[in-house]
Design a protein around this ligand. Structure first.
Ligand code: NAD
Ligand code: UDX
Length: 481
C-alpha cells in the first residue's frame, strides 16, 4: 500500500504541528487532522491558531486547504485514511485505581473504538500519544475484536519527541524518528510504509525501527532521563546556595565532559509541562505493577526533588519578604511552563502563584502569550483552591511587565521569556515599593546590575548579597584610584 491519505485523531500540541509538518513535506499525501472539540477545529481553521508555536503559522498557511485539513468529520477522515495517527491526550488518572500516577487511557480506548466502528478497509494505526508499555495491546485487542470481514489492522508505535516552543524545528530537523511494530512480515511492511512517509524529509539513518514495546518504553525513558538531569542539577543548586558555589559554573564544568554534555543542565524553579511529570509517574506506576519497588522509588525521587525545588523557591520569596506576603502586591512575570509557548500545563508558576495567594498576597501577573482566561482557569481549578472567588479577587492580569510591577513589593520571574532580559530595570525599581525585591527563578537576569540599582536579588543556585556587590564596587573604585 502506498500511503495517500492520513488521518490524525487529536488536534492538540502534538497532532496539529506534527501533521502540519507532514503535510508540508509530503505534498503527495492528504492529511486531515480531526478533533472532537468543535472549538479547537474552528481555531485551527482561523487566523488565530489554538496554540502558539514559533513557525507554525507559516507552515499552516502554506498547506491548509492544499493537502492539510482540520475537521470534525472524524467518520469521513477515518473511512478514507490509509494511516491513522492517534494523538489524543493521555493524562494522569485523577480517580480510581492508580489515581495520581497511572496514565488515563480512556481517550486512547475511545479513539480505538471509533476506528473499529467506522473503518471498512485496511488501516495502519499509529500510536503517537505517549503511553505505558503494552498500551498498543489495548488498541490491538479492541480493533481485532471488532474487525469487519476483509479489514486488517497493523498497529505501530511512533512516539513524538518534539518539545514545545521548538516544535517546528524539532519536527523538520528530527534527530531521530522512532517506529516500533510487530515482528511479523505484515508488521515489518507497515513499519516500512511509515518510514516512507518520514523519508520525504528525514535522512534514513535518523529513522530507528524496533519492536512495539521497546518503542513505547523508549519514549518514557527519554523523558525520564531528561527530567532526571534537571532534578540532578536542581539538587545541586540547593548545595550551591548553602555553600557559595555557583550552579551555572558547576553545570559548565560538568557539561564539558563529553560523556555528560552541556544540554538540559539549566537549574530552575523546577520543570513543568504536560509531559515530564506525567510520564515519570507513568513509569513509576508501571514499575510498581511489575513488582519493581526499587525502580519505582528511584524515579519517584526525580518528581519529589522537583516538588522540593518549587517549594524551596517559593519559601525563599516569602521568608525574604519578612515572612509575610499578606496584602502585599507581588508581580509574577511569566506564567507558561517555558518560553515560546502559551502552554501552562504543570507550569511551576501555578504552584508559586497559588502558594502566594494562600498566604494572602495580591498577584499582578504578566505573560506575553498566555491568555487571561487560562491564568484564571489554572489558579481557580478545584485541585488548586477551594475558594475560587477569593482567588479571583486577588489576581490582576496585565498586558505589560511595566504595568504589572508598578507599586509591587516584589517581582517574581517564573518563565525565561527573552523580553524579560531587556526590560528597563531602573524604571522598574523606581516604580516599585522599597525595599524592592527580585526573585529570578530562571537565572536569566544581570544580577550584578540589579544589585547596583538597589534591588535585593535572589536567584537559583547562587548566593547574592547587596553588601558583597557594594564591597565589589568599592574595591573597584579603590583600584581605580
Ligand atoms: P492535547 O490535549 O493538546 O490534545 C489532545 C486532543 O485530542 C484534544 O484536543 C482532544 O479533544 C482530542 N481528542 C481526545 N479524544 C479524541 C478522539 N477520540 N477523537 C478525536 N480527538 C480526540 O494533548 P497533546 O499535548 O497534543 O498530547 C497528545 C499526546 O502526545 C499525549 O499522549 C502526550 O503525552 C504526547 N506528547 C505531547 C508532547 C507535547 O509537547 N505536548 C510531546 C510529545 C508527546
Ligand atoms: C519535553 C521533552 O523535551 C520532549 O522531547 C518531549 O517530546 C515532551 O516533553 P517540553 O516539556 O515541551 O518537552 O519542554 P522541555 O524543553 O523539555 O522543558 C520541560 C521543562 O523543563 C520546562 O519547564 C523547562 O523550563 C524545564 N527545563 C528544561 C529546565 O528547568 N532546565 C533545563 O535545562 C531544561
Amino acid at each position: 500500500m502506498v500511503i495517500q491519505k492520513i488521518c490524525c485523531l487529536g488536534a492538540g500540541y502534538v497532532g496539529g504541528p506534527t501533521c502540519s509538518v507532514i503535510a508540508l513535506k509530503c505534498p503527495d499525501i492528504k492529511v486531515t487532522v480531526c478533533d472532537k472539540s468543535v472549538d479547537r477545529i474552528n481555531q485551527w481553521n482561523s487566523d488565530k491558531l489554538p496554540i502558539y508555536e514559533p513557525g507554525l503559522d507559516d507552515v499552516v498557511k502554506q498547506c491548509r486547504g492544499r493537502n492539510l485539513f482540520f475537521s470534525t468529520d472524524i467518520e469521513t477522515s477515518i473511512l478514507e485514511a490509509d494511516l491513522i495517527f492517534i494523538s489524543v491526550n493521555t493524562p494522569t488518572k485523577t480517580i480510581g485505581n492508580g489515581k495520581g500516577r497511572a496514565a488515563d487511557l480512556k481517550y486512547i480506548e475511545g479513539a480505538a473504538r471509533m476506528i473499529a466502528d467506522i473503518a471498512t478497509s485496511n488501516k495502519i494505526v499509529v500510536e503517537k500519544s505517549t503511553v505505558p508499555v503494552k498500551a498498543a495491546e489495548i488498541i490491538m485487542k479492541i480493533l481485532r475484536a471488532n474487525t469487519k470481514p476483509g479489514v486488517e489492522y497493523q498497529i505501530l508505535s511512533n512516539p513524538e519527541f518534539l518539545a514545545e516552543g521548538t516544535a517546528i524545528v524539532d519536527l523538520v530537523e528530527s534527530e531521530r524518528v522512532l517506529i516500533g511494530g510487530e515482528e511479523t512480515t505484515e508488521g515489518q511492511k507497515a513499519i516500512q510504509e511509515l518510514c516512507w512517509v518520514y523519508e520525504h524529509w528525514i535522512p534514513a539513518k535518523n529513522i530507528l525501527t524496533t519492536n512495539t514495546w521497546s518503542s513505547e518504553l523508549s519514549k518514557l525513558a527519554a523523558n525520564a532521563f531528561l527530567a532526571q538531569r534537571i532534578s540532578s542539577i536542581n539538587s545541586l543548586s540547593a548545595v550551591c546556595e548553602a555553600t557559595g558555589a555557583d550552579v551555572s559554573e558547576v553545570a559548565r564544568a560538568v557539561g564539558r565532559d563529553s560523556r555528560i554534555g552541556p544540554k538540559f543542565l539549566e537549574a530552575s524553579i523546577g520543570f513543568g509541562g504536560s509531559c515530564f511529570q506525567k510520564d515519570i509517574l507513568n513509569l513509576i506506576y508501571l514499575s510498581e505493577c511489575l513488582n519493581l519497588p526499587e525502580v519505582a522509588a528511584y524515579w519517584q525521587q526525580v518528581v519529589s526533588l522537583n516538588d522540593y525545588q518549587k517549594t524551596r523557591f517559593t519559601r525563599k520569596v516569602i521568608e525574604s519578604l519578612f515572612n509575610t506576603v499578606a496584602d502585599k502586591k507581588i508581580a509574577i512575570l511569566g506564567f507558561s511552563f517555558k518560553k515560546n509557548t502559551g502552554d501552562t500545563r504543570e507550569s511551576p508558576a501555578i504552584y508559586v502563584s497559588s502558594t502566594l495567594l494562600d498566604e494572602g498576597a495580591k498577584l499582578h501577573i504578566y505573560d506575553p502569550k498566555v491568555e487571561y482566561d487560562q491564568i484564571f482557569y489554572e489558579l481557580t481549578h478545584p485541585l488548586v483552591t477551594s475558594e475560587p472567588e477569593k482567588v479571583k479577587k486577588n489576581i490582576q492580569i496585565h498586558n505589560s511587565a511595566y504595568s504589572a510591577v508598578s507599586g509591587a513589593h516584589a517581582l517574581v520571574l517564573c518563565t525565561e521569556w527573552d523580553e524579560f532580559k531587556s526590560l528597563d530595570y531602573k524604571k522598574i525599581y523606581d516604580a516599585m515599593m522599597k525595599p524592592a525585591y527580585i526573585f529570578d527563578g530562571r537565572k536569566i537576569l544581570d544580577h550584578e546590575a540589579l544589585l547596583n540599582i538597589g534591588f535585593h536579588v535572589q536567584t537559583i543556585g547562587k548566593r547574592l548579597s547587596r553588601t558583597s556587590s557594594i564591597r565589589a564596587q568599592g574595591s573597584q573604585t579603590m583600584h581605580s584610584i
